[in-house]
Design a protein around this ligand. Structure first.
Ligand code: MG
Ligand code: MG
Ligand code: MG
Length: 309
């Protein structure tokens, strides 16, 4: 029976690249393995699509039910992120970089989970230790996955091992400029063309209660603010509509991942509170805040302080 290798549901680039990479490693060791991915509404996400095209790889086979199959998991070990039938599958291996989840097995298995930024960093080490060469196209996908998971080394999850793996893999893949590769991926991920403004506002959006005031905060991660230059007025109108629905303020973080800062667009009953929260002044309806990347760790705590929470 061939081993179905797959990553978590709603697959990201690491789940796709790691499935391809680990299936190849198993095959190189004489096992029968096939790279799979769980189907999602969007199928392959735009970033993964760009990566597979760039390196000439085909998308893994879709798997919807694992019952009765031999399976290897990459980039997860939670039943909740697995396909149907996982409890009736025979799990033969796990390669991961998350906290250990709730899967169990009846037999001893290969289980390699490390506290690094990406599953493909773990896989790179496995290839090296076994003396197996990584094919050029697969190295390109693994390299992309590490850049994606670590946000081009800027995520607090990034380790020296991830940087070392990128240094190995870029040589094998023949990629000179990993920043340019990351930018291409980011542009695909943050494409806004043809998406209605309200959908963009709600793509990554949360409401908060601050001393009885309802405050909405959305975020768009962008390669450059130019990506939204033509739709700023439409975004602002969408924010006004959402604010009119009983909110004190609606903020939209237009985060420039490259410049590492956010242009914060503000619609508010009292913009001076928002300005005070960030020690900045609105220029028109937005203000640039250097270093602001995280809603959870930066934007919301400052707002809560300003509202006296
Ligand atoms: Mg993942
Ligand atoms: Mg990952
Ligand atoms: Mg990820």
């Amino acid at each position: 029976m061939s081993i179905s290798v797959f990553g978590h549901s709603n697959p990201d680039t690491d789940s796709v690249a790691a499935a391809i990479s680990f299936a190849n490693l198993l095959k190189a060791e004489g096992q029968d393995a096939v790279a799979c991915m769980q189907s999602s509404a969007a199928k392959l996400n735009p970033e993964s699509t760009v990566v597979l095209e760039k390196f000439g790889l085909t998308a893994p086979e879709e798997i919807t039910d694992a019952a009765g199959k031999q399976v290897a998991l990459v980039d997860f070990s939670d039943i909740g992120q697995a396909p149907a039938g996982i409890t009736e599958a025979e799990i033969v291996a796990v390669v991961d970089h998350h906290k250990i989840g709730d899967i169990t097995t009846n037999n001893p298995i290969l289980f390699n989970a490390q506290p690094v930024g990406c599953t493909c960093t773990v896989l790179n080490e496995m290839y090296k230790m076994r003396g197996i060469e990584i094919p050029k196209d697969i190295a390109g996908a693994m390299l992309s996955a590490i850049l994606s998971d670590t946000v081009n080394f800027k995520s607090p999850t990034c380790t020296d091992a991830d940087k070392a793996a990128v240094a190995d893999l870029k040589v094998i893949a023949g990629v000179d400029d990993t920043d340019a590769l990351f930018m291409d991926m980011l542009k695909a991920k943050s494409a806004v063309d043809g998406v209605p403004s309200k959908d963009l506002l709600f793509r990554d959006y949360k409401d908060f209660d601050m001393k009885g005031n309802k405050i909405g905060v959305g975020q768009l991660e962008l390669a450059t603010l130019d990506q939204v230059a033509a739709i700023r007025d439409d975004l602002y109108k969408a924010m006004e509509e959402v604010k009119a629905d009983g909110r004190h303020s609606v903020l939209l973080m237009l985060t420039d991942v490259v410049k590492e800062g956010t242009d914060l667009v503000v619609v508010s009953d009292d913009a001076s509170i928002i300005e005070g929260a960030f020690g900045a002044k609105l220029d028109g309806n937005s203000m640039w805040i250097d270093g602001m990347m995280s809603r959870k760790k930066q934007t919301v705590p400052n707002l809560q302080k300003a509202f006296g929470c």
